[in-house]
Design a binder for this molecule. Sequence first.
Ligand code: ADP
Ligand code: MG
Length: 252
Amino acid sequence: MATHHDSSEPQVVVRLEDVHKEFGDARALAGLDLEVRAGEAVAVMGPSGCGKSTLLNLVAGLDRATSGTVRVHGQDLGDLGETGLALFRRRHIGMVFQFFNLIDDLPALDNVALAAQLTGTSARQARRRALELMDELGVAGRRDTYPAALSGGERQRVAVARALVNRPALLLADEPTGALDSRSGEQVMDLLIDLNQIGQTLLIVTHDPKLAARCASRLVEMADGRVARERTLEGPDSEGVAGAALSSGAGA
Ligand code: ADP
Ligand code: MG
């Protein structure tokens, strides 16, 4: 089927159609439809077990749908093999998790630079780009520190830098403030807002209504493996100016 592309329509970054995902007898997704357009910040909420993480994993190409189509950045992920999926993920997707998932044996800078090197960027370029981002995120001073010695907020900012180092079309976040104290959580929220203000498309899973209200332009509520309700929000209530220093943190 030919797809008509209207150039006045914002580019669709994510399109899921009638997606089902089963794990043996467990039904994680049951007919999920979702669209995310370029520049949107979409928050996904819903009770534990309703399929939120499964959704992000499918969009990231970390897992495959049982049926239905998952299209990201114009690519039908069902058409890619394992290697293709891994390459696609590295190039186009950034992911941030609740528990940071940094490599313990590598200092902060190497954690970020490695993600760039995996896409074929030279070590020198990768380190330069990593340091630039860490500087913007206010953690350049921690470049030589190992994850265990970083605070939770610093770990998450390093994780965000790693997620952004390849300039992904889409940033996915699964409970990004779930393991943080409220002050660090605030900083990460401000960071997400700033990123969206400079055009980064976001898909964020959260339990925190405050995070959704502050950071998202649209709220998707899931129940039993599908979208139960959607509504438009007022949008990120950034106090900053679009494109202003990402390092402004809490803006205090
Ligand atoms: P949420 O993130 O909304 O809490 P998940 O997407 O993690 O929900 O899980 C949705 C459902 O799928 C749950 O019932 C969960 O137990 C099941 N599930 C998720 N991942 C797996 C897996 N790898 N193996 C078996 N069941 C899974
Ligand atoms: Mg989850």
